[in-house]
Ligand binder design. Structure first.
Ligand code: NI
Ligand code: MN
Length: 225
């Protein structure tokens, strides 16, 4: 049974005793983060899009751990130029890694790297990650989209993370609809309260979401799925 740990914002680690991966490692720039980049030991770094609150410390963590960055083709190439080992992929494509399968989904959002987010990093993506036959969906930053219904139909999702912070992504009302589309067994809200502009009440989301077990995690807390 894989264990997922919330490290704050959109950063999640997944481990099964044999492998450990990290997604969107925004740690040193996030005062609410539950970990320091130098303490992270992983074999893969997955990054959903080029924004600073998702690439975060990913390049440094990948290089220090000799870990492979998994990202869309454009962002993977940027990381390769920075000295990382990379595995480029793109939307709709899946690949069987030693730790499990990763498939890239669409996400409706922006993509751009650097102080002014003006370095092209291709479209944002989400990740469907199958480890030990358990399916986890990390949608990255996205608005609600109707194809979530298709993602839910084609995948028996054990755990879905959903942004609820509004402004840059779905807010609570749309995240509740996303739960209806995705039909996951378990849901954890994220991408809220990191900054004032994305303040949200996760318990309001928990009380409104139907058909899934919602767990509100504080940075540093884990969930088995
Ligand atoms: Ni973003
Ligand atoms: Mn973000």
């Amino acid at each position: 049974m894989p264990k997922a740990t919330f490290l704050g914002h959109s950063c999640v680690t997944v481990e099964n005793g044999k492998h450990k991966i990290i997604i969107d490692p925004f740690l040193s720039g996030n005062e609410k983060s539950a970990a320091k980049p130098e303490d992270i030991k992983v074999d893969h770094v997955l990054i959903t899009h080029g924004h600073g609150d998702h690439v975060g410390d990913g390049i440094e963590i990948a290089k220090k751990n000799d870990a492979t960055v998994i990202a869309n083709f454009e962002l993977a190439n940027l990381c390769a130029k920075e000295g990382c080992k990379v595995h480029p992929m793109h939307i709709g494509g899946g690949f069987n890694f030693d730790f499990g399968r990763v498939k890239l989904t669409i996400a409706h959002h922006g993509g751009g790297y650097g102080e002014h987010a003006n370095v092209y990093t291709g479209p944002p993506v989400g990740f469907l990650i199958t480890m030990d036959d358990k399916v986890m969906y990390h949608p990255g930053d996205t608005g609600l989209f109707y194809d979530m219904k298709l993602i839910g139909e084609m995948n028996d999702i054990d755990l879905a993370w959903l942004p609820i912070g509004d402004n840059f992504t779905m807010g609570i009302e749309d995240a509740v609809k996303a739960v209806e589309f995705l039909q996951p067994k378990k849901v954890v809200p994220f991408h809220y309260d990191t900054f004032d502009v994305i303040a949200a009440d996760p318990n309001q989301f928990a009380s409104q979401a139907k058909g899934a077990e919602v767990t509100v995690l504080k940075p540093g807390e884990s969930i088995d799925y």
